[in-house]
Design a protein around this ligand. Structure first.
Ligand code: GLU
Ligand code: ZN
Length: 301
């Protein structure tokens, strides 16, 4: 058995802002509260959005906050792993090529009478029976099983169930340009590195059932999931790199005291803390959060 293992998995597409830092802090607190290992994983498969300088800025930001890690990995260096997983699904007859453009998918959704108009467009399976444009570069889609899959959140206690064909649709696992999709990489990596506990932003909660489904198809274990709220600004809008949220790097390079930044992050969660704290000093607060969520008392290391 693996020891408890958690991870922080940033996309190196820009500098971290305070919201990313808060998620990083909570992921670190969780790994350490369990006395477990903590991993740093760079999710850099979307090469068009990756900024090469971001890797080191993220490492420095984390180190500055005192959020250490026991091992580091980079998805672009592990492509053979994703290729292997895709090959298993292909051998099982669960993968088919899709040459639809975005516009064609949107059109097919509009035309499919009675299609559910949920929060997310669902690919109607146009290429299941064969592609119409074999000369185009093909994406590879996973023919999702006709099942309802549920995920449970170990922090909120909530369960989210989705009927795969109508609420999720056949997932792209490899894009037409050859890039492996996030959903494939994340489940393969979490399993390959023995991740038992996934602490991440609440924006990924709706994607969790499809990741659980993929784990099932690949025979991989399902970790525990704990989704944490995203940080919002004074307007109540989610902080975003693109929305001009100030990068952590500016605070670091401006000589700010990281202990005050950590205190501000803790207070944004309504934790009562002094004006300056270390990350380790926040462990009791996280343990309390877990206990309030129904976890049995954790050892006070
Ligand atoms: N790379 C994703 C992000 O930065 C996180 C993925 C995950 O934690 O599963 O939003
Ligand atoms: Zn298609």
């Amino acid at each position: 058995m693996f020891p408890p293992t958690g991870r922080f998995a940033p996309s190196p597409t820009g500098a971290m802002h305070l919201g990313n830092a808060r998620t990083a802090l909570l992921a670190w607190l969780h790994s350490r509260a369990l006395g477990g290992r903590h991993l740093l994983r760079f999710e850099d498969l979307d090469t068009g959005r990756v900024r090469p300088w971001a890797f080191d800025v993220i490492r420095r930001d984390l180190a500055w906050l005192g959020l250490d890690w026991d091992a580091e990995s980079t998805q672009s260096a592990r492509l053979d792993l994703y290729a292997g997983a895709l090959a298993r699904l292909t051998a099982a007859g669960e993968i088919y090529p899709c040459t639809c453009t975005r516009r064609e998918v949107a059109g097919a959704i509009r035309d499919s009478a009675g299609a559910p108009h949920g929060p997310e467009p669902v690919y109607p399976g146009t290429c299941r029976a064969g592609t119409r444009n074999p000369e185009r570069p093909a994406a590879l889609r996973w023919r999702v099983p006709d099942r309802t899959v549920c995920a449970r959140d170990a922090l909120s206690g909530e369960t989210l169930c989705q009927h795969l064909p109508t609420e999720v649709g056949d997932l792209v696992l490899r894009r037409g340009d050859g890039a492996y999709a996030y959903h494939l990489a994340v489940v393969v990596d979490d399993a390959a590195t023995g991740v038992t506990d996934v602490v991440r932003g609440a924006d990924l909660w709706p994607a969790t059932p499809r990741q659980v489904a993929l784990q099932g198809a690949l025979g991989l274990p399902t970790p525990r999931y704990l989704h944490v709220p995203l940080m919002t600004d004074f307007r109540g809008e989610r902080l975003a790199k693109r929305g001009g949220a100030p990068p952590l790097r500016a605070l670091r390079e401006g000589g700010e005291d990281p202990a005050r930044v950590l205190a501000a992050l803790a207070r944004s969660l309504s934790w009562e803390v002094p004006d300056a704290v270390t990350a380790a000093e926040l462990l009791p607060q996280w343990r309390q959060t877990l206990t309030a969520a129904g976890w049995s008392p954790l050892s006070q290391t």
